[in-house]
Design a protein around this ligand. Structure first.
Ligand SMILES: Nc1ncnc2c1ncn2[C@@H]1O[C@H](COP(=O)(O)OP(=O)(O)O)[C@@H](O)[C@H]1O
Ligand SMILES: [Mg+2]
Length: 230
């Protein structure tokens, strides 16, 4: 059974997939059996045969070099670049929690380190019809702990503190923060790092610069962020 980590962020486009790619790459290169999982992926292109390409999964697979199949990485793939609950209304194929958990469990049985990426930020409806499923329902059902990806620049104190307050309020365990688009020597970025740590009591465990191809974090620290599945 795997050790798992859930990657959320302060919003869409903050760099969850990019950072996850670096994390999975580090595990893979150190000889670990590493896998990627995303419960619902929207905003995807189609192959010539009409099937959807799970874009985030492809990015992580390419960056990390893992051999896991794209199909195994994501159960629900939508074309429209909208929240999964709306994509399912537009395209059909609403999320069934049981199928989702089964597909995640399959990945957990097969690999040692499973890194799961969230859709959007921490508040993300996966299904909102007669059934209501939020992203955090998946996190809780799988007993996952989270790492939060945040932009290093202007506005991040607000985004990080709000995200963490929400998560603490809902008893969602948090392992730390990763800053993305970080510029060493940038006074704002360095102050944001100190302020986010001081205001949340959590550590910024790594900082990722633009174009980084390696994650600057000791392997032992990265491994410690992962937790056994129940
Ligand atoms: N550190 C980085 N260096 C270069 N490009 C980045 C970096 N972080 C994010 N990007 C790019 O920014 C865009 C959004 O990042 P992405 O990881 O897809 O965000 P999210 O998964 O949070 O929606 C992508 O095109 C990605 O390649
Ligand atoms: Mg992504």
């Amino acid at each position: 059974m795997s050790k798992n980590l859930f990657i959320t962020g302060t919003g869409t486009d903050v760099g969850k997939t990019y950072v996850t790619g670096l994390i999975v790459k580090k595990l893979q290169e150190s000889g670990k059996s590493a896998a990627y999982y995303k419960a619902a992926m929207s905003g995807n292109e189609r192959r010539a045969d009409g099937t959807l390409i799970p874009g985030d999964a492809l990015h992580v697979k390419t960056m990390s070099g893992i051999k896991q199949s794209l199909e195994e990485m994501c159960k629900y793939v939508y074309e429209a670049a909208v929240s999964p609950h709306l994509a399912a209304k537009l395209e059909g194929n609403p999320i069934e929690m049981e199928r989702l958990l089964k597909s995640f469990d399959h990945v957990c049985q097969k690999y040692d380190y499973v890194t799961a990426e969230g859709s959007g930020g921490i508040v993300c409806p996966l299904r909102f019809d007669e059934q209501k499923i939020q992203l955090e329902d998946f996190i809780k059902a799988c007993n996952l702990s989270c790492l939060i990806v945040a932009d290093a620049g202007l506005g991040t104190i607000n985004a990080v503190v709000l995200t963490i307050e929400y998560m603490k309020n809902r008893q969602i365990p948090i392992k730390g923060i990763i800053f993305n688009h970080y510029e060493p020597g940038n006074q704002l970025h360095e102050d944001n790092r100190l302020m986010c740590e001081a205001m949340t009591g959590l550590n910024v465990v790594a900082c990722v610069k633009d174009g980084d191809t390696e994650l600057d974090i000791p392997l032992e620290l990265l491994e410690r962020l992962y937790q056994n599945a129940p």
